[in-house]
Design a protein around this ligand. Structure first.
Ligand SMILES: Nc1ncnc2c1ncn2[C@@H]1O[C@H](COP(=O)(O)OP(=O)(O)O)[C@@H](O)[C@H]1O
Ligand SMILES: [Mg+2]
Length: 320
């Protein structure tokens, strides 16, 4: 079966700092993976590892420094905004940030329908909206004429999914869609992804730092650290028998859901983050309990063992 999406040696370098102290951060560093039709592919890793940058390149918001992105076998470079809207849609972390608090949410739907000429009349537009809302479990009666703050975060995230469905995309990118949603409602959103896959054959790139939902929803998972995929394979294998020392660490320290805590941990992370990004060799070497001399000198290649790809010299050596 042809891949829906293929990312090939994708790299994004950001240049930071002043003229005198310029640093180049490889936010996404030689990342390759594919997503099959009707597959939920999870991209996991802590804050700052390059997940959003990767998503933004796939959405055409950010130009890759090098590498390729193929959709149904063709490069997406130079595709129009209209093309993107029909092929790939995205939902983001903060559903309240998606909608202006002073506008009713239905206005966004009518606007999308107008912009992409998805309906010939108002009746047809309302029918289309009702149909997409039905998929996410919201009725048109509780939706019309309402402002964003009249919904819970979970409901609003469902509404942004419904809006993303208007153009009938094959790929939905969900960038940390549940991290601001009540823990009790997370599974219901994640279940919706399973529904979209099963009922509509959609593919989903599920970006998260929440390994519990990743385990629950995902077919395959890629674990990112400082711009690199360090481990990739079936969710069951990667999360239950992690091979990379970073995946092992991640499993032991499942991050908190509280956004304030994440903010403070992000600040403390910043100190080492750039140092790690700039590291020659394996970026995890500074924290790795198994570090060897070679790790500090040269980036390990991804090697395949037992159906899982791992970027770690521990396994290069064991292959003989
Ligand atoms: N527009 C930008 N300019 C400079 N640096 C950026 C920009 N966007 C992201 N970065 C840096 O790239 C790295 C990856 O960020 P990001 O993709 O947002 O990670 P994540 O989504 O995993 O938290 C971070 O070090 C971040 O500071
Ligand atoms: Mg992000």
């Amino acid at each position: 079966m042809e891949n829906l999406l293929e990312v090939v040696h994708l790299t994004k370098i950001f240049t930071l700092g002043s003229l005198l102290s310029r640093i180049r951060v490889r936010a996404v560093d030689d990342v390759s993976f594919h997503i099959k039709p009707a597959e939920i592919f999870t991209l996991a890793g802590e804050s700052g590892c390059g997940k959003t940058t990767l998503a933004r390149m796939i959405l055409g918001f950010e130009e890759p420094t090098s590498g390729q992105i193929l959709y149904q076998g063709k490069e997406i470079k130079k595709r129009s905004r209209v093309w993107f809207s029909h092929a790939i849609q995205a939902i983001f972390q903060d559903p309240f940030g998606t909608f202006n608090p002073l506008r009713t949410v239905d206005q966004y739907f009518f606007e999308t329908i107008r912009n992409y000429r998805l309906a010939a009349s108002r009746e047809e537009a309302v029918r289309l909206i009702a149909e997409k809302l039905h998929v996410v479990g919201i009725s048109i009666e509780e939706f019309m004429g309402k402002y964003p703050n009249e919904f819970s975060g979970g409901q609003l995230q469902r509404i942004s999914i419904a809006r993303a469905l208007l153009t009938h995309p094959q790929l939905l990118i969900a960038d940390e869609p549940v991290s601001m949603v009540d823990a009790s409602l997370r599974m219901s959103i994640v279940n919706l992804f399973k529904d979209l896959r099963e009922r509509m054959g959609m593919s989903i790139l599920y970006i998260t730092h929440d390994l519990a939902t990743a385990y629950y929803v995902g077919d395959r998972i890629a674990v990112m650290f400082r711009g690199n995929i360090v481990e990739m394979g079936p969710v069951e294998k990667v999360l239950m028998e992690p091979k990379h020392p970073y995946t092992q660490l991640l499993r032991e320290s499942i991050p908190e859901a509280d956004p304030r805590k994440r903010w403070s941990s992000r600040i403390s992370l910043m100190e080492t983050e750039h140092q790690e990004y700039l590291r020659v060799g394996c970026k995890f070497a500074g924290r790795c309990p198994y570090v060897m001399e070679i790790c500090r000198k040269q980036m390990p290649e991804l090697v395949e063992i037992e159906g899982v790809q791992v970027r770690c010299y521990k396994y290069v050596d064991s292959r003989g």
